[in-house]
Design a protein around this ligand. Sequence first.
Ligand code: HEC
Length: 164
Amino acid sequence: MNYSEWVQSKWVAGLAMTIMVIGACGVPAPPQGDGDIPPQYVGQHMPEGWWGNDAIIEEGRQLYSGIEKPGVNCARCHGKTGRPVKRGALDFRNTDTMKQYSDSRMLWRIAEGVPYSSMGGFKGNLSEDEIWKIIAFTGTFGLSGLQYDPEKKGWVPIGSRQTG
Ligand code: HEC
């Protein structure tokens, strides 16, 4: 290759590196689809009738806020109102971001945590039902009035889903 081709190849490689570095440092985009979710979580969904259920949401709020269990306090990073108080914590108020999560993905991440981040796993402190209650509560921020529909693989208005 001649000199200008060589310069160009270096530039392209440099650009690709830069994009990779920016990509790695920026807010991680949640992957589309549930292909990476471990099998024990992939088919798991919110118990019937829990989305938008006030009693369930209140129990979730107490767990989330650290009132119920001393070892569990999501609010100290994600904020009482879903507005993050720790850098990099997921913003539950952001509807577009939250819509990219399935309920199974939330369950998995809350149970097991996110590697290489301050988001630890809570399965030692929370039962699956307790995690679902928290998800019902955090849903009231950016996903208010919506529930996850496993057939449509998306968020739909609560009650619009036909269940058998
Ligand atoms: C010590 C701070 C901290 C606490 C406590 C904490 N989180 Fe997080 N959480 C984070 C951070 C930081 C991230 C972003 C992790 C990443 O993707 O790099 C995160 C990400 C998440 C995600 C998205 C995971 C993903 O795959 O992107 C969910 C859902 C979540 N937290 C829920 C909770 C819930 C529910 C609790 C309480 C049971 C909780 N978090 C407690 C810091 C925290």
